[in-house]
Structure formats: C-alpha cells, structure tokens
Design a protein around this ligand. Sequence first.
Ligand code: GLN
Length: 454
Amino acid sequence: LTVTDLVNESYERIGQVESQVKAFLTLDEERARVKAKELDERLARGEQSGMLFGLPIGVKDNIVTKNLRTTCASKILENFDPIYDATVAQKLNQAETITIGKLNMDEFAMGSSNENSAYQATRNPWNTDYVPGGSSGGSAASVAAGEVLFSLGSDTGGSIRQPAAYCGVVGLKPTYGRVSRYGLVAFASSLDQIGPITRTVEDNAYLLEAISGVDPMDSTSANVQVPSFVNALTGDVKGLKIAVPKEYLGEGVSEAARNSVLAALKVLEGLGAVWEEVSLPHSKYALAAYYLLSSSEASANLQRFDGVRYGHRADNAENLIEMYKQTRAEGFGDEVKRRIMLGTFSLSSGYYDAYYKKAQKVRTLIKQDFENVFAKYDVIIGPTTPTPAFKIGENTADPLTMYANDILTIPVNLAGVPGISIPCGFSNGLPLGLQIIGKHFDESTIYRTAHAFE
Ligand code: GLN
C-alpha cells in the first residue's frame, strides 16, 4: 500500500458520495497528490518519520492553512487565502499527514446543524434527510462517510462531540490549553479548543498526541507534558469510579439516549468498574451562561472583519463607516449577527453587571460542580445529546430549540475539562453518542474508558 493509493482512495470516495454528503468546501487535490508522491519516494528510501505518515486528513474551515482557502463558511471570508499555517496545521505537517481539503461548518462555528453555513448544508451520511450536527458537521460527516480517515474540528460548546454523536464517530474536545489555538479563527477564546474526529478511539489518541503541546504563539496553551495517549489503551477499567449526573439522564433526555447510556454502564460494570449517581446542580444554568459569554467574546473577536484586513469588502460605499457597515451587513449571516448583537448588548455599560458578570459567576459555580465530583470519581458519563440527529429544516425557525441541543456538552467547555463522544447504539437508524468526561489534562483516562468498548 502506498500513500498515493490512500490519497486515490480518498478522492475516489469523495467522487462517489460528496454530491450527497456535501462535507467539503475546498478540495486540495493537486497538492495532495504531489505530496503523496514525495512521501512515496521517501517511503521507498525507508525515510518515513512522521507519526501519521501518509494518512489523509480533512481540516475544519476555521483552521487557517497556508495558501489554502479558509472561509469559516462565511461570505465575509469568501476569498481569504491565509499566509500562514495554524500551529495544528504545522503539527500535521510534522506528523506527515496529507490534507485532502477543508470541511464545512456552521458560519464561524455558531450552530448545531451545519445549516448556518453560507455555502451548503452538509448531510448526515446515515440518512441524508437529517443534519450531521454542528458546528463541525463537515468534519464528522466526512469521517463517517469514509471520505477521510481523520479530521480536525473545533469545540466551543459541543461542536466536536455533538456532530460526532450524530454521525456515529469518535470526537474529543481536549482540556482547554491542551492544543494550541494559534490559527484557529476565534469564536469564544476562553472556550474554543481544536480536537480530533476519527473512526476509532485508537486513531483519536494518535491524532490528539500529534496536535497537542504548549505553543509560544498561544499564551493560553498549557505547559503540561503530553503523554502517549495510545499507551492508555490498556482495556483495563477494573476499579474505575464513574459518576453519572442525574441531570444528564433526567427531563428532556430521550428514552433511547437514556437506555443506551445504561447499557454502556452495564458493559463497564461487567469489566469491573463501579458507578454511582451524582449531581451537577448548576447544569440548568449552563445554557444561559454559555450563550451570554460566548456571544460576548464573539462580538469582540469578530470586530476584526471590517472589510479592510480580510476577505470581502462592500463595493460603492460612500465613506469608511459606510464601508464597515455594508461589508458586515453583506458578509455575516443571520446567526452571526444575532450573536454579535447579544454579545454587544451584554458587554455594554449599564448591562455588564447584570449579564456578563453574572454569567461569569455562574461559570465558576459550574466549574466547582465538576471539581466536587472529580474529587471522588475518575470520569463522568452521560449521553452526548438528548436525542439523535434531527431533520434538516426542523429547528431552523427556532434558535432556542437549536440552542437546547448543547445542554449536555456546554458545561464541559465552561469547566475547561476534556470530553469525548463515542458511538453508543442507534435510535431509528440514527447513531447515539456516549459522552465520557475527564479531569483536567486527563484525556488518558477518557481514552482508556472509551477503548473498553472497542
Ligand atoms: N452549538 C453551539 C453554538 O452554536 C456550539 C458551537 C461550538 O461548539 N462551536 O454556539
């Protein structure tokens, strides 16, 4: 098997299914083939060195890639070709993967269905009438459809785990600070993390290892040792202490999701793990706090899209202020505008204490909920989402129902801890996800637990 074979297979599969799945915004076929040839020559000389040598990968379109179009699925970055690589893209180069293309998402990672992309709605490969989840819907769908072996997504409030659950693949949001955000177009800087989406837990562990580590270009990246995550895949969960929050199996969670989690707990019990019910009492405030905080940060982060520095610029503006206004009115979609308005409001003087500051206090309480549980338990387990994927168009008229999708994933971002979604059965032919949450920088225990199902 050569690298060229792998790359051929990837583009062949894309040729077969992409017209239905619509996961990619940009393909980088010419360069991928040149690189495959180079790697094959090195392979012939026995010079391969990268830990993911020759493996085809897809990259979410909010991760900047040198000379490869990066749009964030927004009209405002329609023609943006970055002049540098994100740190994770550099790390992929060192690992010697082959970038197949850039993947669709909700515009600026705001959404849960990929319907907020300015370009196309990615479909769920299990049933193309359904959404793949979001915002990393292209990343999850491309792996589920067999177009690529690996992909990178980003997760601010569930955007890796929720689409992984909906598409029946493995997706991990690392601990905040585990992976550099340099070159990830910022949505909510205190919550955003890049993470791996793969078919198997083992692949996931390899990819996380390749992209992790402290980075002088990101002051929030943590100077913590990166272990060999693959070494954690021992299959041994004897004595593992599992906490199951009652809030994660209660009201709003479907029968199917609840039963699939209980079945998974049985499996772990059979392997010698023990579980108990616990409470994360402030979970019910997580959604409100998240949408305030993330929108506040977004309103500041998105100020840079002014028609001067990047991408789209409105024609025929009379003066500078008009140019800013028209550029942003034309360039941003409805959801992005909604968040900028909400965030600007909550940060304005007179409202700041009542909204932004209050939400920060709630965030601290949520973080303490997790600390209390992790003082006694190794992992927290629950469903990734209350239900399986919904139909395309089903929730578009009602942003609040759409936001409610994130209820089980958001607390994890607010606390900064890592969480994975792994496949956990089906409901009406659509996959369900099991969420395993770990302590800060303890992705190893998450992987060990997740691997027990493989
Ligand atoms: N669905 C959530 C939102 O719309 C999460 C997005 C994300 O994690 N990037 O904000």
